[in-house]
Design a protein around this ligand. Sequence first.
Ligand code: SF4
Length: 344
Amino acid sequence: MIHPNVDQTSQKKQVKAVGMISGGLDSTLAAKIIKDLGVDVHGVYFAMPWGCCDKAMASEAAKRIGIKFIVLQLDERYLEIIRNPKHGYGTAMNPCIDCRVYMLSRAAQYMKHIGANFLFTGEVLGQRPMSQKRHSMKWIEKESGLEGRLLRPLCAQLLEPTIPESQGLIDRNKLLKMTGRSRKPQIQLAEDLNITEYNQPAGGCRLTDPGFSNRMQDTLTHGYRNFRETIALQWGRHFRINDDFKAIVGRDQYENESLLRYAHRDDTIMLFADKDKMGATLLLKGYGPSKEILSTAAGLIQQFSRYKDAAPMEVNYWPVSDPGNVQCATARKLEALEVQRMYI
Ligand code: SF4
């Protein structure tokens, strides 16, 4: 394996690049290689509202390597890509090819904005089934408007030379030729470069998880009011009561508090009326819930408490936008099948 050497000629110090940083090993190695070639590296991290790669880890990795670190937030436009990806889904609702194109296009805008010479990623040829096959990589590069300007330092020697290589801004001989799913070459290189802390490779983001995908699909089908609302898809048990109402039941204190923090102003909050009784926080999504809807939602709180088999209990509820307007509903006894049917 060819290891990159530090090259700090004055000419190369002026080269500027944007690197996609996830906090994982591959992007960290790629950034280290490019940085050690004397390039001024601006690491870009894409933040998903429901979490994916670890932002803190990515920021730490950038700091350790000594590169700049910029966070770009995914927004409404990204939800539309999930709803209708041109190139379909992976194993669940992960639209990996469209996702890569979208992120790279935005990173390319940033590249132009700061006057960088090229963009790079930690991709390895053949490592991921959907987005890292040779033809997908080529196509993704073209679609994101980066033709010739997208460098993959870990496998560059297996790909056509990019513009920065042809122009002599980057020495192709110092780039690598990694391929396939084995992690051994990366781990060996990390040791050689003294990189000891990095995220273990994950199978993908939350969109690759079937449970999360079901909740996302339900949200896209029934509508959402703003992008921030999708943050709650990562917490709690989700139930579709009918086309207009959905309930989310927190599973622990952290989730209960998180649900409250990210509630929409038109949501309804529900809790056991008796403060001495331990129970979940329930977030009811939908406008103007009827008595029946409220009592079904209250039934869900009781169902997931230690009072499951007790007599129907009282539950307080109030609109997020009017916390002083507390009213009371009585839980309805729910059959297991009904709960199962509502479960998203
Ligand atoms: S695993 Fe998730 S974040 Fe990664 S490319 Fe696929 S959809 Fe995008």
